[in-house]
Design a binder for this molecule. Structure first.
Ligand SMILES: [Zn+2]
Length: 266
């Protein structure tokens, strides 16, 4: 992968793969035996919901789908007690080295987000912001959603609890896991979630944002540096759409389409 831009500060300029290279499977668990497993490091702030969800993606889709989808393995990167958005970017940069890397973060720690986006742009690490929180991405599996939340996840979580029996007690007694029945509830609804998330881009108050302009294509090492605004426009939002005003929105859908989990339709 040629994600990394400059590595001038590093004494060793040889390309290296992520630190978990030794553990990676050489062959897919099933299906085509001729296709390499795509390894994607995904770091996240939380220590429960997002890592559980990423493992679900591995289990549900990681074996690939014939010619349509390359087998993949997401390597979640998380820390006990969580991380700041900047910490998420730094952690995935460290873990992934030259492998594909994504950073997931919420709007919660908004004051740190500009620094996180700049660090991501400088290192060409893909990021997916959820505003107000990752919980919105879960809710979009069941219904469309709109209306400014100003950083509060209260209504999103209330609606998620109502949307599915499996989520009735979500975030009660600290249980924000995504396991067993909650995974079953999400399964097969990926296209609905992506459609709803794309609608939020297209309906953004900025007025010039369009999900069809979203991209996750790799940029060459030799390409010119990108600004944080240009990098955040990979979400489909306009470069001058202030990231903290993308309320509500979630870019997690781009990770799914990048992995080939669903067809990226304009
Ligand atoms: Zn926008």
């Amino acid at each position: 992968m040629n994600r990394r831009a400059e590595s001038g500060q590093k004494p060793d300029r040889r390309k290296r793969r992520g630190r978990l290279e030794d553990e990676r499977p050489l062959l897919p668990r099933s299906g085509s035996r001729s296709r390499e497993v795509r390894v994607v490091y995904v770091a996240c702030e939380g220590e429960s919901t997002e890592p559980d969800y990423l493992q679900y993606l591995n289990e549900q889709f990681g074996d690939g789908d014939g010619a349509a989808r390359q087998p993949f393995r997401i390597q979640p990167v998380c820390r006990k007690n969580g991380m700041t958005p900047s910490g998420v970017v730094a952690a995935v940069q460290e873990a992934a080295a030259e492998d594909e890397a994504w950073a997931l973060f919420d709007r919660d720690q908004w004051i740190d987000i500009p620094a996180a986006v700049k660090a991501a742009a400088d290192s060409r690490i893909e990021f997916a912001l959820s505003h107000p929180s990752f919980d919105l991405w879960l809710l979009l599996h069941f219904q469309a959603f709109s209306g400014r939340q100003s950083g509060s996840s209260k209504i999103v979580i209330e609606k998620l609890r109502q949307a599915s029996e499996a989520f009735t007690d979500y975030d009660k007694r600290g249980d924000k896991s995504i396991r067993v029945t909650r995974r079953d509830a999400l399964r097969g609804r990926e296209n609905i979630a992506i459609t709803n998330a794309r609608s939020l881009v297209n309906c953004c108050a900025h007025g010039s944002c369009a999900s069809k302009r979203a991209t996750a294509e790799t940029i060459s090492d030799q390409a010119d540096p990108v600004t944080p605004e240009e990098w955040s426009a990979r979400s489909g939002h306009a470069a001058d759409c202030p990231i903290l005003l993308r309320d509500p929105s979630t870019d997690v859908w781009r990770l799914l389409t990048a992995l080939g989990i669903t067809v990226d339709r304009a």
